[in-house]
Structure formats: C-alpha cells, structure tokens
Design a protein around this ligand. Structure first.
Ligand SMILES: Nc1ncnc2c1ncn2[C@@H]1O[C@H](COP(=O)(O)OP(=O)(O)O)[C@@H](O)[C@H]1O
Ligand SMILES: [Mg+2]
Length: 334
C-alpha cells in the first residue's frame, strides 16, 4: 500500500474526550508502524480546529473523535469545506446517528425494530415528569438524546428513580429519551463498508453496559459469536445492516442491539466513529473476522472520502441542444 500523509484527529471537547485520545493514539501508532506519515491532530477547547486541519497538509483525515462536535457531523463539515477526504460517515449520516431521536424515527420508517420511547423536554418538575410518563411503565431506560459512552444514562424502576434519572440526563442534554427497558442479551455488530464483519455479545456484570463497564472494569465478558441460536444471530446481523442503511452511514460502524428473552431484536443505536483502542469492541469483532488492528486501520483509511455529491455529468450533445435558445432555432429553420 502506498504510504499516505494521514492526520489522526482526536480529543475534542465532548464528554468522550479521554476515550477519543485513547482511540487516536492507538490508531496513530498502528498506522505509523505500517509506514504512513502520521500527524497527530489533537482538537480541544483552545484549539482553532479549522486552522489546525488546514495547516496539517494531510491527504486523509482519520477521525478518532467520539461524541458531540466530533462524531455528529461538525468536524465532517469543516473537512468537506477544506476538501480533505475523511473516514466515517457524511455530515448528514453522522448527525442523524448521533441524535438518538432522529435515528429511532428513521429506524421506524425503515421497519428496523427499536424499543418504544418518548421524549422529555422542558422543566423537569415532578408533575411534568409524571404526566409525560403516564402509563409508559417500568423499568425504563433514561438517556440524553445526543450523548455516547453511556454518559448520563440510568435505569429507572419506579417514579422516584425516573425523576432523578431525567434530571441527571438533562444535565447532559435538555432533550431526554425515555425508552422501554429490554431485558436480554446485548449484541454489537461490526460493519465495514456496508458489509457485516460479525457480532459480539457483551455481558456486563451488572447488566447495563455503563461507562464503568465499558472503560474501567475487567468484569465484562465478551462472546464471539454471541450465545444465541445461529438463525437468530443471522437475523441480528441483518437488522444491524438495515439500521446502518436506514441512516446511510459509511466506513466502519458498530450497531448496538438487544435481543430480548423472547428472542425479539431491538436496535439501540448506530455508532459512526466506534472506539478504536486495540481492546475496543469493533477491533475485537474485526480480529475474529481475520483483520489485525493494523489491517482494520488501513481498511478504514482506504474508505476515506468526501461525501458532498457532485452533479451528474451531462452528455455534451444534450447540453448543446438544451442550450440553443428557441429564437435562434427559429431563424435557422426559417
Ligand atoms: N432500552 C434499553 N434496554 C436495556 N438496556 C439498555 C437500553 N438502552 C440502553 N441500554 C444499555 O445502556 C447502554 C448504552 O446505551 P446506548 O443506547 O447504546 O447509548 P450510548 O450511546 O451511551 O452507548 C447499552 O449498551 C445497554 O447496556
Ligand atoms: Mg451504545
């Protein structure tokens, strides 16, 4: 493979900054060892992102950002303006996937099963929360609409827990999603350029794959393939692929699902810039599919592109006939 000058973009200002730095450093090291010219681009509150990205003079931007202002289309928009090919999804697909409400609306439109939900916005008074919840029932899962890494997410088993969970979630995003809690097996599916790489079952000790279980605990167990009947596993892969297509995502993505005890599949979300440390879930799935961590990074670099579409090239003859003004045509024939 021809060596490229690659800017690995990491850090940022989201709550997932630390995870992003870990992803970025791991990717940069792997690509450097593979012979590429690597520029580490660490975005942050005091950094002028446009200046940093434009002055780096890179062929490709490898996005190792997670969360708001990184995974949600904002940096992707800057790169479109600068004409620098980038990894991951387009501005629109990134924004849709980051917004759990919009993603769920599209899943429903495309017949991708997702847990029932409602949205809570506005003053989190006791009465407002109880009124809005009405007969929705318990247990419920309460999450900020636009956050990742399980930040601000809580399970609520009764009204008191619901009120507290809504207020916690609102400290991350004024817009909060309350979902039916699904008891079952948690599965995540890796997809590379539209094709599924495989599925992995996550079995956190305390049931919920929270921030601690994701990054700080060694008590979570992983199973490849998931402990599910083979036919059911095939269905999970298909739903993951449909979910990815519904949002029109590209490159390497990870789709999170839960398979209920009654064997119904529910898609939770699509991650457009999944964690990329060597022990993250996507690299684990890729490894079982025969890709080393470096192979995966290289495949992601190869998928980098600009997404803003160009007009379709029109045949020259058609342009000429359309361009001829009617009056001239009259003169010519008259
Ligand atoms: N409706 C639900 N029922 C049961 N568990 C859930 C539900 N929604 C989320 N979870 C748990 O919370 C974790 C994080 O939720 P997810 O929607 O994937 O958001 P994030 O963007 O924070 O990863 C999941 O991996 C799962 O363990
Ligand atoms: Mg998730």
């Amino acid at each position: 493979m021809k060596a490229k000058r690659i800017g690995v973009v990491m850090g940022g200002t989201s709550a997932e900054r630390e995870v992003s730095l870990r992803s970025g450093r791991a990717v940069a090291r792997a690509l450097e060892l593979a012979g590429h010219d690597i520029v580490r681009l660490e975005l942050g509150a005091q950094i002028h992102a446009l200046k940093m990205l434009s002055e780096a003079r890179v062929d490709v931007a490898f996005l190792a950002l997670h969360g708001r202002l990184g995974e949600d289309g904002c940096v992707q928009g800057l790169l479109e303006l600068l004409g620098i090919a980038y990894t991951g999804s387009s501005v629109l697909a990134s924004a849709l996937a980051m917004d759990k409400l919009k993603a769920k609306e599209l899943f429903r439109l495309h017949n991708v099963p997702t847990p029932p939900y409602y949205l809570f916005e506005g003053e989190p008074t006791r009465d407002a929360i109880i009124d809005c919840h009405a007969s929705f029932g318990f247990p419920a899962m309460v999450k900020p609409r636009r956050e990742g890494s399980s930040i601000g997410l809580q399970r609520a088993d009764d009204t008191e827990q619901l009120i507290s969970a809504v207020r916690i979630a609102q400290s991350h995003d004024a817009s909060v999603l309350v979902e039916r809690f699904i008891t079952g097996r948690e599965i995540t599916v890796g997809i590379l350029n539209g094709k599924t790489l495989g599925a992995l079952e996550v079995a956190p000790r305390d049931g919920i794959f929270d921030y601690h279980a994701k990054y700080q605990s060694n008590q979570t167990e992983y199973f490849i393939p998931p402990r599910l009947p083979e036919a059911l596993c095939g269905g999970v892969l298909q739903y993951a692929e449909h979910a990815a297509r519904a949002l029109n995502v590209s490159g390497a993505v990870r789709v999170d699902l839960i398979v209920s005890e009654g064997h119904n599949e529910y898609v939770l979300e699509v991650n457009t810039l999944p964690g990329m440390t060597p022990t993250s879930l996507l690299p684990k799935i890729a490894q079982a599919a025969g890709y080393s961590f470096t192979d995966l990074c290289e495949a992601i670099v190869d998928s980098a592109t600009l997404h803003v579409s160009q007009p379709r090239a029109v045949k020259e003859a058609a342009v000429v006939s359309l361009a001829a003004p009617p009056a001239e045509r009259l003169t010519a024939t008259g």
